[in-house]
Design a binder for this molecule. Sequence first.
Ligand code: HEC
Length: 185
Amino acid sequence: MSIHDFGSAATRMVSQAARRVLPATFAALAAAIGPPPAGAADSKLVERGKYLVTIASCTDCHTPGHFLGKPDRTRHLGGSEVGFEVPGLGVFYGPNLTPDEATGLGRWSERDIVTAIRTGKRPDGRTLAPIMPWPALAELTELDARAIAAYLKNLPPVRNKVPGPFGPGEAPTSFVMKIVAPAKQ
Ligand code: HEC
């Protein structure tokens, strides 16, 4: 074997070894580093989510002050102090949708959020009262629902625990919107 042949055999061996080892190395590296940082694609998704949350009026029911005529923009989507009475079911306040760990959706995954808005199921198994319009939001496409979840996860966290929910017969501790029967003529 000439020195030239030996050289190319060695190169072959090295490149074969590299082919075997490198993918494993990259897989290990990717696992160690975690998901890629929010890039251009993600920011597009978040923008879409912001647009959808605005036109679907999530902001109205989930932002403090909105129903009192003074939405508190410093606590955007931080939960409402005005609850809805659903006859026979109780009184429900639009919860804090910001990623605060203790009072918001900080411990929910984006998948948990998608499931809640499309099926009404919370991670603890409770079904959301239908004043939260999940039966309509069930019509969202998977991508649009994911965009909403991505946007909510990117909000600045707000610390605010909404009251309730209160069952029928329990006394609500904050404002309530209710359906009032007409006075008898
Ligand atoms: C008409 C008022 C209203 C609108 C509009 C509304 N929500 Fe809600 N939402 C509620 C209420 C009230 C609850 C609490 C229901 C319950 O506890 O059973 C709720 C619950 C939720 C929850 C569950 C949070 C938790 O901590 O349990 C999520 C997530 C949510 N809404 C997201 C949204 C998004 C996203 C939109 C817009 C696409 C939206 N909501 C629009 C009133 C509303």
